[in-house]
Design a protein around this ligand. Structure first.
Ligand SMILES: CC(C)(COP(=O)(O)OP(=O)(O)OC[C@H]1O[C@@H](n2cnc3c(N)ncnc32)[C@H](O)[C@@H]1OP(=O)(O)O)[C@@H](O)C(=O)NCCC(=O)NCCS
Length: 274
């Protein structure tokens, strides 16, 4: 099996080939990952924020929080675009058009029967929404591919010392971008459950497989339920030069490892530990 970066790169090229591109100015359902969607919908769009033509970004059918309404046009546009994607994902999932609110801590507020997540980068927005009877949490993150210079700058914040030691010469722009995006997706999926901020040292890349999945492992206890050693699959996709990661936490997934048990990555044949 090829090494981490080469293998993931090849896999990601494949997911990109399965999709067209972000549709300009309109909402489009798509699924940029290699697994199958289950009780979950994903919608994306490309928006413009500096042309005066807000088009589908008109926000007349949901409340924009005052702090967002006062924000710079770019922030307003990305907020509205993210909410539009979320509204369409919810409509596809439930038949009802609803838009998530915004909590004081910035986390989106979904109705009780739904979990979801929003991300935006440059002029693209994406949202996933799933049924809470199946999922405890969903996290999505959209990032432009990093340049080598950007990767060098952020690597010390994104990768723990142990990750840097383990990855060694395999640390490149792709690996740093993947770790960054994967950890943001995990944060978005877990935060609504644990209600606790955690930094990039809260999890580490533990492995990857050839089916578009990387593995993150918690480095400490976030709550009695979500403990050190717990692993999360991160689905990877690529579109238009953007990396798109998703973490889906299914009900019943919290399984703290017994003291001394081998981490899952070492027990699965198809997972290559890093
Ligand atoms: C909150 C955070 C993840 C947002 O990521 P970002 O790259 O700035 O921006 P994105 O466009 O990808 O995501 C923004 C969206 O995340 C969502 N979001 C914000 N805070 C959130 C939270 N606490 N929980 C879940 N989702 C949250 C919002 O929907 C937001 O969009 P909106 O403000 O338009 O509604 C990031 O700013 C952060 O604080 N990261 C540090 C924590 C972390 O990643 N730890 C990793 C270890 S597990």
């Amino acid at each position: 099996m090829p090494d981490f970066s080469t293998g993931c790169g090849a896999m990601i090229a494949e997911t990109g080939a399965r999709n067209a591109s972000f549709p300009p100015g309109r909402l489009q359902e798509f699924w940029p990952w290699l697994d199958e969607p289950a009780d979950c919908r994903c919608v994306a769009m490309r928006f413009s924020w500096n042309t005066g033509n807000t088009g589908p970004l008109e926000a007349s059918d949901f409340d924009v929080p005052p702090r967002i309404a006062r924000a710079a046009p770019r922030r307003l546009a990305e907020f509205v675009a993210g909410r539009r994607c979320a509204g369409e994902a919810l409509r596809l999932l439930t038949g009802r058009t609803l838009f998530p609110g915004q909590a004081e801590d910035r986390a989106p507020v979904w109705s009780e029967d739904i979990v979801g997540s929003i991300s935006h980068s440059r002029d693209r927005a994406i949202a996933v929404a799933g049924r809470s009877e199946r999922y405890r949490g969903l996290g999505v993150d959209l990032e432009t591919m990093l340049t080598e210079t950007e990767a060098r700058e952020i690597a010390p914040q994104v990768l723990t010392e142990r990750e840097r030691a383990r990855l060694g010469r395999r640390i490149d722009a792709f690996t740093v971008g993947l770790a960054f995006s994967a950890k943001e997706s995990l944060f978005k999926a877990l935060y609504p459950i644990v209600r606790r901020f955690c930094g990039f040292d809260a999890s580490e890349l533990a492995g990857w497989d050839s089916e578009g999945t990387a593995l993150l492992r918690l480095t400490g206890d976030l709550s009695p339920e979500w403990c050190r050693g717990q692993e999360f699959a991160v689905h990877l996709g690529c579109l238009d030069g953007f990396l798109i990661t998703r973490v889906s936490i299914e009900r019943g997934q919290a399984r703290p490892l017994a003291e001394g048990a081998a981490p899952t990555a070492q027990r699965r044949d198809h997972i290559v530990p890093v």
